[in-house]
Ligand binder design. Structure first.
Ligand code: PRP
Length: 194
């Protein structure tokens, strides 16, 4: 079934299909567990789910549907920049929240914490907006790459230092629609830096 799905994706997209790192089934099960824990922790309260664009949009959509306390969703556009470094820690906010979050319980939803620089910056920035609380839910964490220890309250999976695509994560803006988390063994032809 999984092999068939992988073939189908490859056939339709004409991209090399990445090797499966974490299957759709494992992701689905883990997202349900995270949603149940978050629902229990915030029982009787309401949440602002803060989806950090772009990579978190798939995870946030599934996570939101696994949480059964009242919530609203906000999107924060961020871009790390620097020479050719993947994450410089200098983060530009490219799209801000649509409403104040003062006095509210914020749950930052990240697809991946790599060096931790982006998350550290974001939590600091968000704290200046005087929310009631700020917690973090990250789908993936690469402990081997961490530079700035960042608190992750709800974590999907710890992974090795491999380049992961799919389920919202990209390589040069591609592969975000892959339904599983995969690893690219070879650079795709025609891929360009975003
Ligand atoms: C990813 C991810 C985090 C950041 C983590 O975003 O969504 O925001 O990198 O890296 P760090 O821990 O090393 O700071 P990316 O820059 O790939 O942008 P995207 O989400 O728009 O694809």
């Amino acid at each position: 079934m999984l092999a068939a799905a992988r073939y189908a994706w490859c056939h339709v997209s004409e991209e090399p299909a990445p090797r499966v790192l974490i299957s759709e089934e494992r992701i689905r099960a883990r997202v349900r567990e995270l949603g149940a824990r978050i629902s229990a922790d915030y029982a009787g309260r309401s949440l602002v789910l803060l989806c950090v664009l772009k990579g978190s949009f798939v995870f946030a959509a599934d996570l939101a549907r696994s949480i059964d306390v009242p919530l609203r969703v906000e999107f924060l556009g961020v871009q790390s920049y620097g020479s050719d470094v993947r994450s410089s820690g200098v983060v530009q906010i490219t799209q801000d929240l649509t409403a104040p979050v003062e006095g509210e319980d914020l749950l930052v939803v990240e697809d991946i914490v790599d060096t931790g620089l982006t998350l550290t910056y974001l939590v600091e920035q968000l704290s200046t907006r005087r929310p009631r609380s700020v917690r973090v839910c990250a789908l993936l964490h690469k402990p081997a790459r961490i530079q700035e220890p960042a608190r992750i309250d709800y974590l999907g999976f710890s992974i090795e230092d491999v380049f992961v695509v799919g389920y919202g994560l990209d390589y040069a803006q591609r592969y975000r629609n892959l339904p599983y988390l995969g690893v690219l063994d070879a650079e795709p032809t025609g891929a360009r830096d975003a």
